[in-house]
Design a protein around this ligand. Structure first.
Ligand code: SAH
Ligand code: SF4
Length: 384
């Protein structure tokens, strides 16, 4: 494991050596942690391996527990470094078992993580930002605007803490989805580092097939994700024409459907892997049979599957969920065209833990969201 040392590792090494402010150990990949201990404390590489395993495999909460590190090293780390940046705040369980975990992070911001039980294959939905800048009109998180990016440590610590809290009672967490608060590809450096730790055999040890990044379509970062990782990709499609997509997802003005689909055609997929398209069905906005037919056309040359998600309502939204008949008819068109289509069961609605319900916005949405929403509030189609 010899690679060049980045400036951020060197900075952290200086900080660790001086001990003025605590260094978050979970901000560093396995390779970086070895480098950090070597640079800061002249410890051999295997000490970095040991520390890494304590953080993730054994989920240590204190340096005292790290019994195979020397007392001297533990004393140096204690006070100069920090194991966990998140403080567990509470667990809110919905009637269906879906549990929203909340954590406090530096500066008082709250991070939300959703545990979705499903027998053997429990899923953890993690956040990548506090709030989101992208302003999709149907999304509750958008109304917060972006408060800040989460650090690598804050992203992976959601998984460590959820494993600690949920595993014993409910079985293993088998899947990780970046579908909580925030746009993961708007915080791509930290997300890529977090993925490195998630997949590391001495780290959180997830299979790359069990980790999915969901994006609203940030095209350059999609290319980067494909080059630097090999996890699964989900795209929030949500409309089939540029006109409608731009109305509900402002990012479409920057990268339209043609550009997005081109990027997906280039995305490296291994045998039998597929890109997931998420499609939030919103009454009177994107739920016609023509929309269903256009999904078939848009995706026909991309190995893919479609997840239909009934719109989850939240306070003060002008949007509504389509009727059961409308959604069934929509799905039927896709089935008839041999598209692999799944209807996402709505989970966690009663605790505001479902897709698009995370966050704690104030009463006022940011101006860029309000401008778009006002159009729908005045639009008789949606409220008809
Ligand atoms: N920012 C990323 C990931 C977080 S959003 C993205 O947009 O993909 C996760 C999923 O929730 C997205 O597919 C999004 O389209 C969906 N979503 C947002 N608001 C929703 C709502 N009110 N009801 C149902 N799904 C919603
Ligand atoms: Fe952000 Fe995703 Fe919500 Fe859009 S749907 S505002 S990208 S979190």
């Amino acid at each position: 494991m010899t690679s060049s040392i980045s400036a951020r590792v060197l900075d952290a090494a200086t900080q660790l050596g001086e001990g003025a402010e605590e260094v978050d150990l979970k901000n560093f990949t396995h390779v970086e942690l070895r480098q950090l201990l070597k640079e800061a404390l002249d410890e051999p590489g295997f000490r970095g391996d040991q520390l890494f395993k304590w953080l993730y495999e054994k989920r240590a909460e204190t340096f005292d527990q790290m019994t195979n590190l020397s007392k001297d090293l533990r004393a140096k780390l204690d006070g100069a470094a920090r194991i966990s940046p998140l403080e567990f705040e509470g667990a809110h369980e919905s009637g269906d078992g879906t549990t929203k975990l909340t954590f406090k992070c530096d500066g008082g911001a709250v991070v939300e993580t959703v545990y979705i039980p499903a027998g053997e294959r429990n899923t953890l939905c993690i956040s990548s930002q506090v709030g989101c800048a992208l302003g999709c009109t149907f999304c509750y998180t958008a109304k917060m605007g972006l408060k800040r990016n989460l650090t690598t440590a804050e992203i992976v610590d959601q998984v460590v803490q959820a494993r600690r809290k949920m595993t014993d009672a409910n079985g293993r967490i088998g899947n990780i989805v970046f579908m909580g608060m925030g746009e993961p590809l708007h915080n791509v450096d930290n997300v890529i580092r977090a993925i490195d730790i998630l997949l590391d055999g001495d780290g959180l040890n997830f299979s790359r097939r069990k980790v999915t990044v969901s994006t609203s379509g940030m095209v350059p970062a999609i290319h980067r994700l494909g080059e630097e990782t090999n996890v699964q990709l989900a795209i929030s499609l949500n409309a089939t024409t540029d006109e409608t997509r731009s109305q509900i997802m402002p990012i479409n003005d920057r990268w339209g459907l043609d550009e997005l689909m081109d990027a997906l055609r280039d995305y490296p997929l291994t045998n039998r892997e597929r890109i997931t398209f998420e499609y939030v069905l919103i009454k009177g906005v994107n739920d016609t049979l023509d929309d269903a037919r256009r999904i078939v056309e848009l995706t026909e040359d991309i190995p893919s599957k479609i997840n239909l998600i009934p719109f989850n309502p939240h306070p003060r939204t002008p949007f509504e969920t389509p009727s059961e008949e409308t959604m069934a008819a929509f799905q039927q068109v896709l089935v008839e065209h041999n598209v692999a289509v799944f209807r996402r069961r709505t989970r966690g609605r009663d605790e505001m833990a479902a897709c698009g319900q995370l966050g704690k916005p104030g009463d006022k949405e940011p101006p860029h969201v309000r401008r778009k929403l006002d159009k729908f509030r005045n639009d008789s189609v949606v409220n008809a």
